[in-house]
Design a binder for this molecule. Sequence first.
Ligand SMILES: [Zn+2]
Length: 220
Amino acid sequence: MCHPDDQTPVVDDTPGEHAIGRDTRSTGQRNHDALNAVVRAILASGQLGQHNGLPATIIVSTTLADLQAGSGQALTAGGSLLPMSDVIRLARHAHHYLAIFDKGRPIALYHTKRLASPGQRIVLYAKDRGCSFPGCDVPGYFCEVHHVTDFATCRTSNVDDLTFGCGQHHPLVKPGGWKTRTLATGDTEWIPPPHLDHGQPRTNSFHHPEKLLRGDEDDP
Ligand SMILES: [Zn+2]
């Protein structure tokens, strides 16, 4: 059963003589393939529920160039690097979303609801990757969406005005506490209250180590 080489593997009945005769898999391999079929069926069912408004699934970000070349790596919203070959293999069975950026700046996805839309959360997985508080290492899966400009003031949930904050740092933004603003680079600046300001970094490079690399002079 569940022979991955079969075009239509038997999953809920006894395989015929022909299928049994050419099945040379070990017991361990057959158990593995059966478990794989079970998990895949559950994933495809659409009954797995949601996590922060999105289907419980792996979310990765990558570039169109790497995707077209079939090489390089993608970054999951949990902070892991995935080889492109794995991304393409997983994508065969995935629910597909597409978020598009122009030179790192997210495009569109504006709306006027209080809660960030699933699409905006996907954009934040790619843009912020994790909590934007300086030095924080909490990945995107475990973050809340923070309105950089207080929603009560701006009345919109423009993705340019949203950022990720973890459960520990998001509540620091309050009257008399920390303030946030979006810099021209798209990064979120966290401004400490005067009594906590000792000249510390105000943006978080933890989830964007590539920004610390000095540009190669040969780069176009
Ligand atoms: Zn944090």
